[in-house]
Design a protein around this ligand. Structure first.
Ligand code: F6R
Length: 610
């Protein structure tokens, strides 16, 4: 969380910094700030509460100038969102710093610094870093040196950008536990929390590694480690399509991204399947031998990515026939579990930077897993770099905070993984052929499902005034219900819970009355009759049902039951299609309520703090 950007150039940088912040806003948006060195090398700072737009407006009416600067968009951890807590933080008139991460030993450091005469002006953990650097400058002429000495004292996670009035034309960055990339320009260089922030400025990047420090001038970039040794980091070219980051004809990124799902699925399949088979070679040279040795799987993820993993558990145990354990990363990392022989450790993460998922990955390195595999959307991310194998999804940048196209593309990757493992265990060639055929047809089925835009927009009127909603599903559609409930609550702020439909009578049925809409997912599978009985239990208590039902079932709308027909697809892939329908329902409900659904309150896209 929090986004940082820095530029050292020979041209004016405030507009470049603000543009970078706008692209990083998905990382946090409760306050923003900028610090630059003006023509006289005087440090100038501006901070505002709210979104980056507030900062941009403030700079428009009262501009800053300078050719070196840093900027920050915040997701509050220590201290409320306020101007005083917004970054950059400063040490007197000398040093300014922007930080992403959490300094865990900030209290002890603050006490020590206060003892030395430091006065703090914010409630943040960050401010201790800038004081440490400022004080180190009494012992060294080098800003890089001062930053190195300071960060060596930090426990926790950080990515920082630092400028100093005593070191014009110089920008220092450092990372440990939080992401930071260097952008290479012509006559100017940059740092940012991700490559997207610098999209309009460069396509050449250095992906910093843990413990790296970087010194940038307009013409030079040098990378160092914490022991003051120069390290070589090669640069990479990252292609970014211009239309990836705009809203196109849509009012919200989320709506655009929901509609991009057929393309995201097609791109994720591209080059990986023939007409009837999954191409094992497409997963890299090491994959085959890892899959040969795999006898069990542990998947770890957070939020929506955890729900896609939970769907895959049904696939892996049913179609492959090996144990699959799925856990929430923030729980897994603090639990001593049992590793079955031949276990593959899988992380699923859209961003590849989620702190809990990354911590789990690092933790298992010594735990006897055969190998680690990540399913991820960002090739330059830390998780990809630190895993043995990476199975990329090709969803393109997902900017709406609520995950949509990344979720469905993750499921496509998970089905490919299921097939690759299945062929080594209980899956027949015929089943593989059937599933590959269904996967290839999936983009067309999703195009059909997207036509539910119209009916879900109408249905949203029924939900918009409600305070609670209950989602029901069974089997692999229970995690679909969980994902539907998460989508609704995070963007519309309507409290939503999901249950395996068979659990209703064990307590939650007490909640059902005319004020509690119950949204059920009814695919055409073996559990259908059981689900129907569960729905009767709701009707008998006067509950209002909205049933998303496979179109082949012939369910009819009747008093108290509204049926939405969902396009039919191979049973195994039905969770993907039903999820799209639930995304649309959540989207239209939030749009009708008028919430800030691309950037819902209190949330951020990339959760890089614990
Ligand atoms: C919900 C959502 C989050 C993320 C979660 C994990 O719509 O997007 O629940 O799924 O924060 O993020 P990643 O996948 O980046 O690890």
């Amino acid at each position: 969380m929090c986004g940082i950007v820095g530029v050292v150039s020979t041209r004016q940088v405030p507009d470049l910094l603000v543009e970078g912040l706008q692209r990083l806003e998905y990382r946090g948006y409760d306050s923003a700030g900028i610090a630059v060195l003006d023509a006289n090398q005087v440090l100038k700072r501006r901070r505002t509460i709210g979104k980056v737009k507030e900062l941009a407006d403030s700079l428009r009416s009262d501009s800053l100038s300078g050719v070196t600067g840093i900027a920050h968009t915040r997701w509050a951890t220590h201290g409320v969102p306020s101007e005083g807590n917004a970054h950059p933080h400063v040490y007197g008139e000398t040093v300014a710093l922007a930080h992403n991460g959490i300094v865990e030993n900030h209290e002890a450091l603050r006490e020590e610094l206060v003892g030395l005469g430091s006065e703090f002006t914010s409630d943040t953990d960050t401010e201790v870093i800038v004081h440490l650097i400022g004080r180190e400058l009494a012992n060294t002429d080098s800003l890089l040196d001062a930053v190195r000495r300071a960060v060596k004292r930090l426990e926790g996670a950080f990515a920082i950008g630092v400028i100093s009035s005593r070191h014009p034309g110089r920008l220092i960055g450092a990372r440990k536990g939080s992401p930071l990339v260097v952008g290479l320009g012509h006559g100017e260089n940059f740092i940012a929390s991700d490559v997207l922030a610098l999209r309009s400025l460069t396509d050449r990047f250095i992906l910093l590694e843990e413990g790296d420090l970087v010194e940038l001038t307009p013409s030079d970039v040098s990378v160092w480690n914490l022991d003051d040794e120069s390290v070589v980091r090669s640069s990479v070219k990252v292609e970014m399509r211009v239309d990836d980051t705009g809203k196109g004809n849509f009012q919200h990124y989320m709506h655009k991204e929901i509609h991009q799902q057929p393309q995201a699925v097609a791109a994720t399949l591209e080059g990986r399947v023939t007409r009837h088979r999954v191409l094992e070679e497409a997963f890299g040279v090491r994959a085959s031998s890892v899959f040969d040795r795999t006898r069990a799987i542990t998947i770890v993820a957070c939020g929506s990515s955890y729900y896609s993993a939970s769907i895959a558990r049904y696939w892996i145990e049913d179609l492959v026939g090996i144990p699959c354990n799925v856990e929430i990363a923030s729980e897994f990392r603090y639990r001593r579990g049992v590793v079955l022989p031949g276990s593959l450790f899988v992380t699923i993460t859209q961003s590849g930077e989620t702190a809990d998922t990354l911590a789990a990955l690092r933790l298992v390195k010594e735990q006897g897993f055969e190998a680690s595999l990540t399913i991820c959307n960002v090739p330059t991310s830390t998780t990809v770099r630190e895993s043995d194998l990476a199975l990329m999804i090709q969803a393109g940048p997902e900017i709406g905070v609520a995950s949509t196209k990344a979720f469905t593309a993750q499921l496509v990757d998970l089905m490919l993984l299921t097939i690759l493992l299945g062929r080594r265990h209980r899956m027949s060639e015929d089943t593989e052929r059937e599933l590959v055929g269904a996967l290839r047809g999936l983009p067309d089925v999703l195009e059909e499902a997207l036509k539910l835009d119209v009916v879900t927009r109408k249905l949203a009127q029924r939900l918009v005034d409600k305070h609670h909603a209950l989602f029901l599903g069974r089997g692999a559609h229970y995690p679909v219900a969980l994902e539907g409930a998460l989508k609704l609550k995070e963007i519309s702020y309507i409290h939503a819970e999901a249950l395996p439909a068979g659990e209703l009578k064990h307590g939650p049925l007490a909640l059902v009355d005319a004020e509690m809409p119950v949204i059920a997912v009814a695919p055409n599978n073996d559990l259908l009759e059981k689900l129907k009985s569960n729905l009767q239990e709701v009707r008998a208590r006067g509950g209002e049902l909205i049933v998303f039902a496979d179109e082949t079932l012939g369910f009819r709308t009747e008093p108290g039951v509204t049926v939405v027909e969902v396009p039919s697809v191979h049973e195994a892939l039905a969770p993907i299609v039903f999820t799209v329908a639930l995304q649309l329902l959540a989207y239209h409900t939030a749009a009708l309520k008028g919430t800030d659904l691309d950037q819902p309150r209190n949330l951020a896209k990339s959760v890089t703090v614990e």
